[in-house]
Each structure stands twice: as structure tokens, then as C-alpha cells.
Ligand binder design. Structure first.
Ligand code: TK8
Length: 338
């Protein structure tokens, strides 16, 4: 099977890998193609950001690097696309950090519930020293982390009942990302969580395999989850970053100039994506209500009960994530708020 997959992937780049010998900026003289895939659909800021990356890279390399973009999990889910990067059959993916913790456990630091107070602090920590240090750890996994983008604060939806407090989680079948800390945090809240790839989520909700899920408003709206979910609550329980990943073998094969171009483009396109994403998250809660979802606000008191319920889980995970990383991130959050 593996051979078939490799062969298939090798062929699909054919349209661009030959016959462009005269391109200016590539040392080899032959155009290189980046096959880039994401899980969300083409309406989502994640895709708009990817198109920005394509525009910058193709322009700055004078066509020596081409970017082919795929959305909606056309190339697979976060985990399988990340594996494709390791195998060298795909060049770029922009997964959530949560499934990435299966490759580099330290990334689970961002899965600590209620970690970041707001997006600005998240930006400072991710773009600062500790965030960049974490990107560096990806190299051991044959991956290059070029920048952080934003998925955003996650909010709960379900088809069973309005969730206003921790009691309302009781027994709810919640799909989580494939991440142990998420799974244990939802158990601590009293829910009945199931890890699942994003690509299977819509059908699982439609068929009632799960009652609910959690994602930022932009995703809930743009992926039309309101068609299969009745209730939404502003739990804001986790801030979810995206990481812009490139296959290390591809990156190593670029000229130094090209490496700088793709790195800068990943950063610049990420800024664009963050901006669009924040605008989206702001406007889509209202639109979800217009589509018929019932919105329930979580009071400060109710949220504090959730914070208390997950505290032992966080304690338990500190050593699994790595105490040093956890301490550094907490310190960076404190510094960002000074
Ligand atoms: C898309 C995922 C998605 C994430 C999830 O590939 O799995 O729920 O929030 O955005 O990365």
C-alpha cells in the first residue's frame, strides 16, 4: 500500500516539475512544486492565508517555486498530512498544534485549558522565544515549523441541550481532537469524549455518533456545523494555534534564498490569516444565531468551576509535557501581560 501511495503522490506533481528550465531564481533551474494541504474549507481564513503564501512565494521566486493548494482535507487529515510531510510525499500542511503533540509531546503545552487570556498574549508567546524553541523541536521529526497561525479560542456546540455550566456536560458525547490532554480534560468536565479526525466530524454529528464538538466560531459557521448542531456556548476553553509545517527534506533542498522566502512568506501570510480569523470569529457568533442556533453564555462563575475541574488534569500532564516547557510558557504569559 505504501508503495502505491508514494507512486501516486509522485505523479501528481507532474504538471509542474518539468519543462520550466529557464526560471530565474532556482539554482537547479527546474521549478519546484509545493503541494500544500489544509483541513478546513476554501471559505476559511486558513485557506485565504494559504493563498497569500502561494502569491508571495510564486512572485518572489519568479515562478521557481510553485504552490498547489488543497483544502477540506482533500489530501487527508492533520495527522495523515503531517505523516506525508515526513515521508516527503507532501510539502506543506497547517495543522492544529493538538494533533501535533503526537509527534512532539511538548506541543501539548498549548492544550492546557484556559491557558491564554487573549489573542494578543498568545501572539507574543508563540512568536517569542519559547514558541520558536518549540518549532525547533520539530526538526527531530523531519518537519520544519515556519510560523504560527491561528485557529482560535474553541467554543462548544451540541445537539442535546444548552450548556451553561459544568453540570450540563454530563454524559455529552463530545468529539475531541486526537490529543490525550483534550480527552482527559473533557472527562474531568463530566463529558463522554471521543477523539476523531476533523474530516470525519460532520458525518459523525449528522449521524449522531457524537452529540457535539468544539471549535472556533469561524469553523462552526464556515463548515456549516449549524446544520447539525442546535446549541453553542462560549466556553472559550482552549486557544488553538495552527503551525505552518514544511517537509524537512524539501526545505533542505531549497537554496538559502528560497528558504528565506518561504519562511518570510509563512510569517507574513500568517499575520494576514490571524487578522481575517479574528474578524471572522467576531462576526460569526451572531450569524450562527441567525442560522437558528441557541446561544448560551457561560458566566464567570461557571467558567471558574470548569477551571477548577480540569486543574488536576493539568497537574498530571505537566511532567508528560515537560516541566521546563510548561514553566517557560507560564512565564512568557506573565511577561506578555506586564
Ligand atoms: C482542521 C483542524 C481543525 C481543528 C479540529 O484540519 O480538528 O477540530 O480545530 O481546525 O485543524
Amino acid at each position: 500500500l505504501l508503495i502505491t501511495v508514494l507512486a501516486a503522490c509522485g505523479n501528481s506533481g507532474a504538471e509542474s516539475s518539468s519543462g520550466e528550465g529557464e526560471s530565474a531564481s532556482g539554482d537547479s533551474g527546474e521549478a519546484k512544486t509545493i503541494k500544500a494541504g489544509i483541513g478546513l474549507n476554501s471559505d476559511h481564513p486558513q485557506y485565504k492565508g494559504l493563498l497569500k503564501f502561494k502569491e508571495i512565494v510564486e512572485e518572489k521566486t519568479d515562478g521557481a517555486i510553485k504552490v498547489d493548494t488543497y483544502h477540506s482535507g482533500q489530501l487527508g487529515d492533520d495527522r495523515s498530512m503531517t505523516e506525508a510531510l515526513q515521508l516527503g510525499t507532501q510539502e506543506v500542511v497547517i495543522p492544529s498544534t493538538a494533533p501535533l503533540a503526537n509527534f512532539v509531546p511538548e506541543f501539548s503545552v498549548f492544550d492546557i485549558p484556559f491557558l491564554f487570556p487573549n489573542e494578543q498574549v498568545a501572539d507574543e508567546v508563540l512568536d517569542g522565544e519559547v514558541g520558536q524553541e518549540l518549532l525547533g523541536k520539530l526538526e527531530e521529526q523531519n518537519l520544519v515549523g515556519l510560523s504560527y497561525w491561528e485557529n482560535g479560542f474553541r467554543d462548544l456546540t451540541n445537539s442535546e441541550r444548552a450548556v451553561a455550566s459544568i453540570d450540563d456536560f454530563d454524559g455529552l458525547k463530545i468529539r475531541t481532537m486526537e490529543n490525550d490532554l483534550h480527552l482527559d480534560a473533557f472527562k474531568a468536565l463530566g463529558a463522554n469524549p471521543t477523539p476523531m479526525a476533523f474530516t470525519e466530524l460532520f458525518t459523525a454529528m449528522q449521524q449522531g455518533t457524537v452529540d457535539g464538538q468544539e471549535n472556533p466560531y469561524a469553523t462552526i459557521y464556515l463548515q456549516k456545523f449549524y446544520e447539525v448542531q442546535d446549541h453553542v456556548s462560549n466556553t472559550h476553553h482552549i486557544y488553538s494555534p495552527f503551525v505552518f509545517l514544511m517537509s524537512k527534506s524539501f526545505y533542505d533542498g531549497l537554496t538559502e534564498d528560497q528558504q528565506k522566502i518561504v519562511k518570510d512568506a509563512a510569517v507574513e501570510a500568517g499575520k494576514h490569516e490571524r487578522k481575517l480569523n479574528r474578524e471572522a470569529n467576531e462576526k460569526y457568533l451572531k450569524q450562527l444565531q441567525e442560522e437558528g442556533m441557541e446561544y448560551t453564555e457561560i458566566s464567570d462563575e461557571a467558567r471558574q468551576e470548569m477551571v477548577d475541574a480540569v486543574a488536576p488534569v493539568i497537574e498530571d500532564y505537566k511532567s508528560k509535557i515537560g516541566e521546563e516547557t510548561v514553566d517557560k510558557v507560564y512565564q512568557a504569559i506573565e511577561d506578555a501581560q506586564k
